[in-house]
Structures are given as structure tokens and as C-alpha cells.
Design a protein around this ligand. Structure first.
Ligand SMILES: Cc1cc2nc3c(=O)[nH]c(=O)nc-3n(C[C@H](O)[C@H](O)[C@H](O)COP(=O)(O)O)c2cc1C
Ligand SMILES: O=C(O)C(=O)c1ccccc1
Length: 383
């Protein structure tokens, strides 16, 4: 089945009076999610750092680039399949690591992983998850593990071992969030899920982390949270520490949060396999450049040595086409799938991803292309 068949399915269902259960427009879905959620969780997801300048810059960077469609070309049979780190996926898309998903739906990361599995796409499980590595693995699909790197090497090694045992094959190390940025929406509501114990399922179920506590988690959750905070937050790691991860993870390692070409070069020199060009959806350094504007420089620096992935601002099929044209091998979908989760759990996430893939498939074909590999910067113009 082609991804674009979702379009026909929706129109055919309409003949019997059945409308899609959720909007296919990401902005409308976000409005529905807003009506269902409390203010704290809604703004935790929707909000960004500071004045929201970088969040806006992410979208502006897409709007400044335009696709120039080509006509009279054979594009009927399209193929979106994409190889990443030696494994072939059906489309150039993964679900971004997003923590604390239980604040929007009780099934949280389990629902997300099941939706991703049903589509054969990788789910990237955050260390700040509301469910354990082992629980989420039961969804059965392709899975990558996103490390928030603890300042305790034995805990780090324990997390890597658990991920390996549970079948996560790719390690994503997020570098841009060693501490949370200044986030006015959350500060004004004093809303921080971790301090209430949400999003700590992975460390709290970790035998080495638990061995660090004076009293069992079940008897003193507050003390466990206070032990977690300095171990996972507050200080950056440095380049000289990367060998610990390289020496203890057999699969691909991807550094997430890269924006500068020199950092991308250092990642390659350190034996990493990929980078995610990302500014964390504008949630960290407010005033940072739009992530799509950082992509060409990183691709020029390391495109021949590393797999370059991209996120921050992907909302439509055209956005995916633009990021692929600028050299990303695949993109990560962020907030839009969380709105799907809020509206309909697993089904809602699947709806959002299917809609994006249908839009991508149609846009690719209508622009005159059959595969992601045919895209390059010459198909875009600045406006
Ligand atoms: C609510 C929320 C929680 C997030 N949690 C994590 C996380 O735990 N680990 C991580 O690497 N990135 C996290 N991110 C960042 C995403 O992986 C991704 O970089 C970002 O959502 C992309 O921006 P976009 O949603 O505007 O497209 C989070 C983003 C949001 C919105
Ligand atoms: O909120 C975030 O952006 C984020 O990355 C995060 C960090 C720690 C725990 C949960 C989410």
C-alpha cells in the first residue's frame, strides 16, 4: 500500500458519512489537544525557551525556502524506503525522543511505540520516559534509545546494558539539554513533572541507580528524586568523555543537538555514526538559529562521513522534502505526534504519522520525484 492511499481512504469513508476521527491539520489537532489537557501539560509540550524566538525561527527557516516542482516526469511508483545505519526503514522518519508522555495520555510512550511499530518506523525512547525500557520494548518495533547521560559511569553502563538487552539498536545521545533552559510558560505555572516523580521510570527501575539510595524508592520517593536530579541534570559532559560511550555501545551512536559544523566534525573524529541537527524545538537556547538554517553547514562538513538526521519544526510533507533536499537522511517528528497522543493514544499517534507520510508521498510525486535520494538543494529556492 502506498502512503498516499490514506488520502483515498479518507475520501471513500466520507461517502458513507464517516469523517476522519481527528483533523489531518497539525495546528487543528493541537487546538483539540489543548481543549483536552490541563494548562500545565499543554504548555509543557507547546512551550519553548525564552521569548519563543528560536521556535519561530525554526518555522521561518522552512518558510524562507520554496520547492520548485518539475512536470511531465514519471513519478507514479514512489519509494520512500530509507537506509539508516545499515537497516532499511519504510520511510525517512522516526519519532523524536519526547519525555514524560504520560502527562498527556496514560499510555504515554507505550502508545507511541506501538503506533511506530505498526508502521515499521523507529521510536526513540527518552531516558525521561514514564515507562521503562523493558516495558516499551514489548511494542516490538524498531527502537532506538535516547540517553540523558548520567554523571555516574556505572549508572550509564547499566542503562546501556538494559537498552542492549531489550533490543534498542541505536543510541541517541542528547547534548543540548544537560539542564533545562529558561522556560517562562512552565516557570509561571511552576510546572516541572520530574519533581513530582513523572518521567523517572527508567532511573527508578535501574538496579545500579537504586543501589545508590539509602532507602528503597518505594519508601522514600522524594529522596530518590533528589538523588536523580544532580546525577542527570545541571552539568554538561565534555568531548573527552565520549570514549566511555563508544567503548560500551556496539551499535551506532548519534549525537543529538548539533548545530555547528565544527561540532559535527568532532563527532565524526570521535567515532560517532551520526548527528541530529536539532535545537530541541526551540526549547533550549532562545535566540539560536533556526535548525533548518544549521543543516546545510553540517551536511557540508560531515555529509560524507556521518548520517545526518534533522529535527525542529517538521510539520508537513513539504517540510520533510525541504530537510531531505538540504541533505538530511531522515527527519524526526516531535510535537505533532504528542498532540495525536493526547487526542487518541496509540490510534492518534498513528493517525498523525500516516497523515504526514501521505502528505510527504503526494508532495514528493507532485514535485516530480520518486525517491528521497533524488532530492538535492537545487530543487529549492530562497524566497
Ligand atoms: C514535551 C517535549 C519533551 C521532550 N523531551 C525530550 C527528551 O526527553 N529527550 C530529547 O532528546 N529530546 C526531547 N525533546 C525534543 C524533541 O526530541 C525534538 O528535538 C523536538 O520536539 C523537535 O522540535 P518540534 O517538536 O518543534 O518539531 C522534547 C520535546 C518536547 C516538545
Ligand atoms: O522538556 C524537554 O524538552 C526535555 O527534553 C526533557 C528533559 C528532561 C526530561 C523530560 C523532557
Amino acid at each position: 500500500m502506498a502512503y498516499s492511499d490514506f488520502q483515498l481512504e479518507i475520501y471513500l469513508n466520507g461517502l458513507t458519512g464517516a469523517l476522519p476521527p481527528y483533523s489531518v491539520d497539525p495546528a487543528k489537532l493541537q487546538e483539540t489537544a489543548r481543549s483536552l489537557l490541563e494548562e500545565g501539560p499543554y504548555w509543557y509540550v507547546a512551550g519553548s525557551a525564552g521569548s519563543g524566538e528560536t521556535d519561530a525561527a525554526n518555522r521561518a527557516a522552512f518558510l524562507r525556502r520554496a520547492i520548485v516542482p518539475r512536470m511531465l516526469r514519471e513519478t507514479t511508483e514512489r519509494d520512500l524506503s530509507t537506509e539508516l545505519f545499515g537497516r532499511t526503514y519504510p520511510a525517512p522518519l522516526a519519532l523524536a525522543p519526547i519525555g514524560v508522555q504520560s502527562i498527556v495520555h496514560p499510555h504515554g510512550e507505550l502508545a507511541t511505540a506501538r503506533a511506530a511499530a505498526s508502521l515499521g518506523l523507529p521510536t526513540i525512547l527518552s531516558t525521561a520516559s514514564s515507562h521503562t525500557l523493558e516495558e516499551v520494548a514489548e511494542a516490538g518495533g524498531p527502537r532506538w534509545y535516547q540517553l540523558y547521560w548520567p554523571h555516574d559511569d556505572e549508572v550509564t553502563l547499566s542503562l546501556l546494558e538494559r537498552a542492549r538487552k531489550s533490543g534498542y539498536d541505536t543510541l541517541v545521545v542528547t547534548l543540548d539539554t544537560f539542564t533545562l533552559a529558561w522556560r517562562p510558560n512552565d516557570l509561571d505555572r511552576s510546572y516541572l513533572p520530574f519533581l513530582r516523580g513523572t518521567g523517572l521510570a527508567i532511573p527508578l527501575s535501574d538496579p545500579v541507580f537504586r543501589s545508590r539510595l539509602e532507602r528503597p524508592v518505594e519508601e522514600d520517593l522524594d529522596a530518590a528524586i533528589m538523588a536523580w536530579a544532580p546525577m542527570f541534570n545541571g552539568r554538561a559532559h565534555t568531548w573527552d568523555q565520549l570514549p566511555l560511550l563508544r567503548d560500551n555501545w556496539d551499535g551506532p551512536i548519534v549525537l543529538k543537538g548539533i548545530q555547528h559544523p565544527d561540532d559535527a566534525r568532532r563527532a565524526a573524529d570521535a567515532g560517532m555514526d551520526g548527528v541530529v541537527v536539532s535545537n530541541h524545538g526551540g526549547r533550549q537556547v532562545d535566540g539560536a538559529l533556526g535548525s533548518l538554517d544549521a543543516l546545510p553547514g553540517v551536511v557540508a562538513a560531515v555529509g560524507d562521513r556521518l548520517t545526518v538526521l534533522f529535527d525542529s519544526g517538521i510539520r508537513t510533507g513539504a517540510d520533510v522534502v525541504k530537510a531531505l533536499a538540504l541533505g538530511a537522511r531522515a527527519v524526526l517528528l516531535g510535537r505533532p505526534y504528542v498532540w495525536g497522543l493526547a487526542c487518541g493514544g496509540e490510534d492518534g499517534v498513528r493517525h498523525v504519522v500516516r497523515a504526514l507520510l501521505a502528505d510527504l508521498d503526494l508532495t514528493l510525486g507532485l514535485a516530480g520525484f520518486r525517491t528521497p535520494a533524488e532530492l538535492d538543494p537545487s530543487i529549492l529556492e530562497e524566497r
